[in-house]
Design a protein around this ligand. Structure first.
Ligand SMILES: Cc1ncc(COP(=O)(O)O)c(C=O)c1O
Length: 384
């Protein structure tokens, strides 16, 4: 029987990083040795204390629903940690704990986006932003950023894109895929535009060269910050994140969470409390490794013929201009996967502005990065 699925489902586009990964897994099942540089997944283990707290919580019977907003202890710990990072005092009553940053994004767009409403997205962008917007019945409006300007958000371009239907502006800082970190002045200017800001700060704490990423929380109380444990503490599979929102928004988000998710996993929230207390060495060790790998990968890719117009200031990706090897990034990524067994993400996953680029993740051991560079050099020197 052929059914017409809801338009909402048809409006979602495949996540190409996952499509590449899934083809890579199939090659591995057939015996290939694939180097994974396509996923935004730290190759580090979660903090030991978080794993132990999670196991202990399971054994102690922390296997029930919790307050839909999250355990008070975790909300308080999140507010304390984020206050220290952002340099402003955050009331735990503004924190909603979710099963990853992704559900927080869904709930926040569920709150802000009426059918037909427009959401501004500086591009190149995290692939899922427009899909979340469409899922909620909204219309993504892409606002270009440029390598020449370090992929900084152009406040005037955002201002020009605002219409009476604009419901929000979403951006990441540090950003995936460009690694751009927005300046405090940019965030302050964006906060003045009269459009709700949704600031995805999931890569907060992962900034190179001793830098830090200013939080939108310091620019205004009237912002929606998305953040989580996946990247900063290498806890992708725990599925733990949070939103920090204007006080008046907490209650409607809580009601949506009650209905859509009930609460985040009880024992995982215990892991979150432990990660906040003991996870700093994990964050530091990752940042040290990413710093080393960033230098090596940039040098290696440049010597093969890629251009890196803007080395990343944060996050853990190198966004490389691959136009010398072909303008169809999807075809190029799949070709390199098949011939060199190196998995990278096609730039077009991040919007048309990313076409011609490949995104390489820094989350593979140093030795694998060396091998990947050798394989890429060989494959790109030989005709396809
Ligand atoms: C910018 C950005 N936001 C959100 C997410 C989703 O994170 P989570 O694992 O917390 O759902 C990712 C994951 O790659 C990301 O890169």
């Amino acid at each position: 029987m052929t059914r017409a699925w809801a338009q909402r489902a048809a409006s979602i586009e495949p996540f190409l990083a996952m499509e590449v990964a899934e083809r890579a897994f199939a090659l591995e099942r057939a015996g290939a040795d694939v180097i994974h540089l396509e996923l935004g997944e730290p190759d580090f283990e979660a903090p030991r204390e978080a794993v132990e707290a999670c196991a202990a919580a399971l054994l102690a019977g922390d296997t029930h629903y919790t307050d839909s907003r999250g355990l008070l202890e975790l909300r308080e710990a999140v507010a304390r940690e984020k206050s220290a990072r952002a340099g402003v005092r955050i009331d735990p009553a503004r924190v909603l704990v979710t099963s990853g940053t992704s559900p927080a994004m869904l709930l926040v767009f569920g709150l802000l986006v009426e059918p037909g409403a427009e959401v501004l997205i500086p591009t190149p962008h995290y692939p899922c932003y427009p899909n979340f917007v469409r899922f909620c019945g909204g219309v993504p409006v892409l606002v270009p950023t440029h390598a020449a300007n370090g992929f900084q958000i152009d406040v005037d371009a955002v201002r020009r894109a605002i219409t009476p239907r604009t419901a929000a502006l979403i951006f990441g800082s540090p950003a995936n895929p460009t690694g751009a970190v927005q300046r405090a002045e940019t965030l302050a200017a964006l906060a003045q535009l009269g459009v709700p800001l949704v600031s995805d700060e999931i890569y907060d704490g992962l900034v190179f060269d001793g830098g830090s990423a200013p939080s939108a929380l310091a620019a205004s109380e009237d912002v929606f910050v998305l953040d989580g444990f996946s990247k900063r503490y290498a806890m992708t599979g725990f599925r733990l994140g949070f939103a920090i929102v204007p006080s008046a928004a907490l209650r409607p988000l809580q009601v949506m969470q009650q209905n859509l998710f009930i609460s985040c996993n009880h024992f995982v929230q215990r892991a979150g409390v432990a990660a906040l207390a003991h996870g700093e060495p994990t964050r530091r060790a990752m940042l040290e490794a990413y710093t080393r790998r960033r230098e090596r990968l940039i040098d290696g890719l440049r010597s093969i013929g890629f251009e890196i117009p803007v080395p990343p200031a944060g996050a853990f990706y190198v966004f490389a201009d691959a136009r010398r090897f072909g303008t169809d990034s999807r075809a190029l990524a799949f070709d390199l996967l098949e011939r060199a067994h190196v998995a990278a993400t096609p730039g077009v996953d991040f919007g048309a502005a990313g076409e011609g680029f490949l995104r390489f993740s820094l989350s593979a051991p140093d030795a694998q990065i060396e091998t990947a560079l050798e394989r890429l050099a060989k494959a790109l020197a030989a005709p396809a």
